[in-house]
Write a new protein. Structure first.
Length: 269
């Protein structure tokens, strides 16, 4: 499920800004489709008239699209899951246009191998991948429980905080980047501000090749480290995500989900 809308308050219309001659949403969907572990992709947009353009883009790309509530993301994801008859939901925000398919495959692969041991698996608690490789995987019954019981507006808007905040109810695991590196605070590849777009568009301009379109996060990191003036275009926004602040608050409550590296044996997880 790729959640997408045009009504961003910080950078309106960001997902349709161009990169390598195409809208960023199209670029991102190409990268998501390269993941080997997914059965189907569904874009979850809103019923707002402005977002009809997203529906038309999805029709042109032959990607399934559902229209739901603008601010209740739990309801929107559940609508998309039921439309796809999914039993497992993979949540990916559309502000990750440089997401590496390998990040998706690492997290989904761990969930599949361990199912039903864990009801929720992500790579965000704590993050290790460069910011903008967000993957959260949950079983349908976990999403349904959140839809029934989450009451706070931020829980409804951000889909998964209700799940994070109740580890006693939902078995959870975090998958660390198999590289062994932690670049989550030093390399920002997510799209929230104009400075983010400048960086992302330059990455696409440098690395995208139509004949070989899926460049890796390692290639992105190498490119940015060789060009610190590009890497630092959005430096002032590093660590500004609300989710990181929320996770830090959870840590002060002395809760931290189990963490597993894909380099560990699954028996040790």
């Amino acid at each position: 499920m790729v959640q997408a809308r045009l009504g961003s308050s910080r950078l309106p219309g960001k997902i349709l800004m161009p990169a390598a001659g195409r809208p960023l949403l199209e670029c991102m969907l190409e990268r998501v489709a390269a993941a080997r572990s997914l059965d189907e992709i569904v874009v979850a947009t809103t019923r707002q008239p402005a977002d009809e353009v997203i529906v038309r883009h999805c029709d042109r790309l032959s990607v399934a699209c559902v229209e739901g509530d603008e601010t209740d993301l739990i309801a929107r994801h559940l609508l998309a899951a039921r439309a796809a008859r999914a039993d497992i939901v993979v949540k990916i925000p559309s502000d990750c246009p440089l997401i590496d398919p390998a990040a998706i495959d690492e997290v989904v692969g761990f969930f599949r191998t361990q199912h039903p041991r864990y009801g929720f698996v992500s790579n965000l608690h704590p993050p290790t991948w460069p910011d903008g490789n967000d993957v959260e995987v949950m079983s349908l019954d976990v999403l349904e429980a959140a839809a029934r019981e989450a009451r706070l507006p931020f829980q409804r808007e951000h889909t998964t905080p209700f799940i994070w905040d109740h580890p006693e109810r939902f078995s959870q695991r975090n998958v660390a980047w198999s590289s062994g590196r932690d670049l989550s605070a030093t390399h920002r590849l997510t799209l929230d501000y104009a400075e983010d777009y400048l960086l992302i568009s330059q990455v696409y301009e440098a690395l995208y090749q139509p004949q070989d379109p899926i460049f890796s996060v390692e290639e992105i990191v190498d490119y940015l480290d060789a060009r610190p003036e590009v890497r630092d275009l959005n430096a002032k926004h590093r660590g500004s995500a609300w989710m990181q602040r929320h996770t830090n608050e959870l840590r002060t409550k002395k809760w931290r989900p189990g963490i597993v590296s894909r380099t560990q044996s699954l028996e040790d997880a």
